[in-house]
Design a protein around this ligand. Structure first.
Ligand code: SF4
Length: 475
């Protein structure tokens, strides 16, 4: 089984979709790497992009065309300046050329260079794309088929996916929830420590801590911006942003703090009742996903559509409980969440095109539930139990984004995923895991079987459910 780093699951990216934006962006960057390694840049006349299956059906709404253009221009989603994103997004329809790999101008327009094959699906995965390198006199130099397999992961046809490291190099191999239990019993180390020691395979202690800090700061800033930005979301649904309004109401119209850290101080200095805390959890998740829908910088966790669940639960823990006393607690939260995400990636799927929304919101809720339980002092068995409970109540959740935009039902669904994670954690902490009838490993298996049984219309095609109901004219 592939041994992934938690930083493969939790990574900084750009909205709105990990499989339809981040994955295609990375595929275009991979093509640039190929062009540079083969030293063929000067021979290229243009690039022709073909999108298949779910990418063709919902790619417009998810910004797949925009992401591929950004990747072909050589921009990195983790570091690109938000102003450049804005500039490309607004002028996308008008472009007539691009700087291929950031180095050489080639003719390129959306109309001429993209084909959306909505009726066709490539056999390996519903999110397929072909990037064709075209030389002089329209001769094809080469064709590269990529699959965006969920969570920003890509695979290229004919190329064996490279695991981050070989299984043997990880000191505590974890292929299941049961493995976590075994390692904690054998070593007497807590699960976060075991996961940290596995991460040491790839990075130094300082690098791991820096990256965890970067993830937390990105989550926090994204939530802060989302909770202070009003207006209408892009894409044509004319959906009104709500997080800023809730934030204002809860803070009784206090002037906007200058940064995220002072915003947290302002919130922690006040007393909130149960209903208001619930509203905060909702508000944090809405804020992140409104940013995600606006092509903002987010942390893919484990996908972009579900990016709001983990920051929302983490902020809930930081602001309304006393379980986060140091930065280490935040690090531990992210380590546990990331490891649970790996279990789903390896044992089932984190791709909505394969498993519907249970693979996105369900997985993020499960990750958050385990992490919250751990930092609240729950035992390893209780953390796994919380992860299981959270997924159990997302099984079969369909993916039916209206107009293919990551807005309805996606944005609200993050709030619900966060609240379910908190409830799952509370239930697990009040339970004896020995009495539990369902294990995390069984629920992952069940989720995968359910994914296989679900009709493909409910897997990010916008061909069923709400996507259809809302597209019908009102009478
Ligand atoms: S419905 Fe769920 S899985 Fe589908 S795009 Fe929205 S958040 Fe992602």
């Amino acid at each position: 089984m592939e041994h992934l780093s938690i930083f493969d699951i939790l990574k900084i990216g750009v909205g709105p979709s990990s499989s339809h934006t981040l994955g295609p962006w990375k595929a275009a960057l991979a093509l640039c790497r190929h062009i540079e390694s083969q030293q063929i840049l000067s021979e290229i006349n243009t690039i022709h992009v073909e999108l298949y299956g779910s990418l063709a059906l919902t790619g417009k709404g998810h910004g797949t065309d925009f992401a591929i253009v950004m990747g072909l221009c050589g921009y990195n989603p983790e570091s690109v300046n938000p102003k450049i994103i804005e500039q490309y997004k607004n002028g996308l329809e008008e472009i007539t050329e691009i700087q291929l790999c950031g180095k050489r101008a080639i003719p390129f327009s959306l109309e001429r260079n993209f084909s959306f094959w909505k009726e066709e699906m490539l056999a390996y995965h519903p999110n397929g794309m072909k990037l064709n390198i075209i030389g002089q006199e329209e001769k094809k130099i080469s064709a590269h088929t990529y699959f965006s397999v969920g969570g920003g992961f890509i695979e290229e046809e004919g190329v064996t996916p490279q695991a981050t490291a070989s299984p043997k190099s990880v000191p505590y191999p974890i292929d299941s929830g049961e493995d976590i239990t075994q390692w904690t019993q054998k070593t007497s180390l807590n699960p976060a420590r075991i996961i940290f020691l596995n991460e040491r395979t790839w990075r130094t202690k300082t690098e791991i801590e820096e990256q965890l800090r970067r993830l937390w700061n990105t989550m926090l800033n994204c939530t802060f911006i989302g909770c202070h930005t009003e207006g209408i979301l892009p894409g044509g649904l004319n959906l009104v942003r709500r997080a800023a309004k809730i934030n204002k109401k809860l803070l009784l119209n206090t002037p906007t703090p200058p940064d995220a850290s002072r915003w947290m101080d302002t919130i922690s200095q006040r007393q909130f009742n149960f209903n208001q805390i619930l509203q905060w959890v909702t508000c944090f998740a809405l804020g992140v996903n409104e940013q995600n829908a606006s092509f903002g910088r987010i942390v893919t966790a484990p996908t972009n559509g579900a990016a709001g669940v983990i920051p929302s639960v983490l902020l809930y823990a930081r602001l309304f409980t006393d379980c986060i006393r140091s930065e280490q607690d935040i690090f531990d939260f992210l380590l546990i969440a990331g490891q649970v995400g790996i279990l789903y990636k390896n044992g089932a799927t984190i791709s909505a095109a394969m498993g519907g929304c249970q693979a996105e919101i369900g997985v993020s809720s499960s990750m958050a539930a385990a992490a919250l339980t751990h930092i609240q002092g729950g035992s390893p068995a209780q953390s796994l139990m919380a992860a299981e409970i959270a997924m159990e109540h997302h099984l079969g959740l369909t993916c039916d984004p209206v107009q293919g935009l990551v807005q309805i039902p996606c944005i609200e669904r993050n709030s619900l995923g966060a609240i379910k994670a908190i409830t799952a954690s509370q239930l697990a902490i009040e339970s004896d895991p020995k009495d539990s009838k369902v294990s995390l490993d069984q629920i992952i298996q069940t989720m995968w079987k359910t994914s296989l049984d679900m009709h493909h219309h409910y897997k990010e095609t916008a061909q069923a459910g709400l996507a259809i109901t809302l597209s019908q004219p009102e009478c």
